[in-house]
Design a protein around this ligand. Structure first.
Ligand SMILES: [Zn+2]
Length: 213
């Protein structure tokens, strides 16, 4: 099993149970960690964040929801596992703002939807010294010796280091498209993704070089 600072999912779940974390959250931590391959501290924070956001929307798993993750780190996985807002079903937007925050909303017919945003409250984080050191990437955080204390604060703190606000989430209405072909590679691409007849790979995002066999 892949561990983070000698922690594995079983140990984190035992710690969660000992700290009185509600059972439905323990299950979410287990499922998210399995998906993520290990119980990352940010992922466990994400479980509390998604749970609070869904409660704020009076939503239950299975409801059609949309989400924004403001970072690529950890939070997209909690949203995908718990709320089923996935990259593939196009209900998850990832913005790389660097803020450790999510927003969630129900479907809307307009280009704005009322939703909730959950973020880390910097002031409240001061009350959690180990989490503060880890979160701020402080060199005093020692993964080998402080990971148990870190999970104690994350699991025991629950929502106390988080903030929830009501927000109007903006999004672009879905664009209608038809199939077209890139004039360079010839592969089929939605016409909305062609620029001057070229797909993005042929324009500037070619991420591989063909190999001759
Ligand atoms: Zn192309």
């Amino acid at each position: 099993m892949i561990a983070d600072g000698n922690m594995n999912t079983g140990l984190v779940l035992a710690q969660a149970a000992a700290l009185g974390v509600p059972e439905h959250l323990q299950r979410m931590i287990g499922r998210s960690s399995e998906f993520h391959l290990y119980p990352a501290p940010g992922l466990v924070m994400g479980v509390f964040m998604v749970d609070w956001a869904m409660e704020g929307l009076h939503a239950t798993p299975g409801d059609k929801l949309y989400a924004v993750a403001e970072t690529r780190k950890c939070l997209p996985d909690a949203l995908q596992v718990i709320a089923h807002c996935t990259i593939g079903n196009n209900r998850l937007r990832i913005l790389n703002t660097g803020r450790f925050a999510i927003a969630m909303n129900r479907p809307s017919t307009g280009d704005v939807a009322e939703g909730v945003r959950v973020s880390v409250d910097a002031e409240k984080l001061d009350e959690f010294p180990t989490m503060h050191a880890w979160f701020m990437h402080d060199r005093r955080f020692d993964k080998k010796t402080m990971t148990v204390a870190l999970f104690d604060e994350i699991l025991g703190g629950g929502r106390r280091y988080l903030a929830l606000e009501r927000v109007a989430v903006r999004f672009s209405p879905r664009k209608d498209w038809t199939g077209a072909r890139c004039t360079s590679c010839g592969e089929p691409v939605p016409d909305t993704l062609l620029t001057d007849g070229l797909c993005h790979a042929c324009r500037d995002e070619q991420y591989y070089e063909p190999l001759t066999v």
